[in-house]
Design a protein around this ligand. Structure first.
Ligand code: G3P
Ligand code: CA
Length: 263
């Protein structure tokens, strides 16, 4: 059946470090990812865009402030993107604390650099951002992960999970490597997922990533009945996390993996 095509997600509850331990360090920096691993996160979450020179860059927004105004990542070279001191400045405005002066750990990085830095010491939960605007993005992601020895995933353990709001992109990933569990993302505008759509989802996705306020007992049950895992985002409060765990979610995206550390 179509269901047996889907790559398995781990059975254990997953702590997914949203943009790294981004409550403590500039999001998507190597430093944020190092902290996440120190806090025992199961996966580090990366958002990917692609530059003009086809470098996969780990960054949330598709438009960046440059000296000549807002520019699409796809119109900039990786070198140009790297000149932007986006995260450190933003982070310091939000959290006026001193960061380590290890500049290399704070700058914008490429997927290649993250893979080189962590290798198989980390597991990766990767989001393809607006992939329809980046030709060849899926091929490049799977290529790099394969070169790094992270793919194909073994049955017992997913080194790599891929998520997107874009269904077509997830289907392309499946064509390239069927060992990768796929997470279909939903945005706040939706509010819930109709029954019919859950059935359609279960043909290709292993789970869904949804805003935390989608989650009710009934919602989790309807997804589980279709064999789909549920990963709400983004939860930074320990009590809210506990409530969701009691409702049966399979993992949680958090900026603060430390809320899951046993006291
Ligand atoms: O990937 C799950 C969640 O991170 C989606 O929202 O905007 O934080 O990438 P965003
Ligand atoms: Ca994301």
């Amino acid at each position: 059946s179509a269901q047996t095509d889907r790559a398995p997600l781990p059975d254990d509850f997953l702590v997914i470090a949203h943009r790294g331990a981004s409550a403590y360090a500039p999001e998507h920096s190597l430093y944020a990812y190092e902290l996440a691993l120190q806090m025992n996160a199961d996966y580090i979450e990366l958002d990917l865009h692609m530059t003009k020179d086809e470098e996969l860059v780990v960054i949330h927004d598709g438009y960046l402030p440059t000296d000549s105004g807002e520019q699409a990542v796809g119109k900039l070279s990786f070198n140009e993107v790297q000149q932007i001191d986006l995260y450190e400045k933003e982070f310091m405005e939000k959290h006026p604390v001193s960061l380590p002066k290890e500049e290399d750990l704070l700058r914008i990085v490429s997927l290649k650099e993250v893979l080189l830095h962590f290798g198989d010491d980390a597991k990766y939960y990767i989001e393809l951002k607006t992939p329809s605007s980046y030709k060849g993005m899926e091929e490049e992601v799977v290529h790099q992960l394969t070169e790094s020895g992270l793919l194909p995933n073994k049955d017992s353990e997913a080194n790599v999970i891929i998520q997107s709001f874009d269904k077509e992109s997830l289907l392309k990933i499946h064509q390239l490597d069927e060992s990768i569990p796929l997470i279909q993302l939903y945005s706040y505008e939706k509010g819930s997922i109709p029954k019919k759509e859950i059935r359609a989802l279960s043909k290709y996705a292993s789970g869904v990533g949804v805003p935390a306020d989608f989650v009710t007992e009934e919602f989790v049950r309807s997804l589980h009945d279709a064999g789909l895992h549920v990963h709400p985002f983004t939860v930074n409060d320990a009590e809210e996390a506990q409530r969701l765990i009691e409702l049966g979610v399979n993992g949680i995206f958090t900026d603060d993996p430390a809320i899951f550390l046993k006291k």
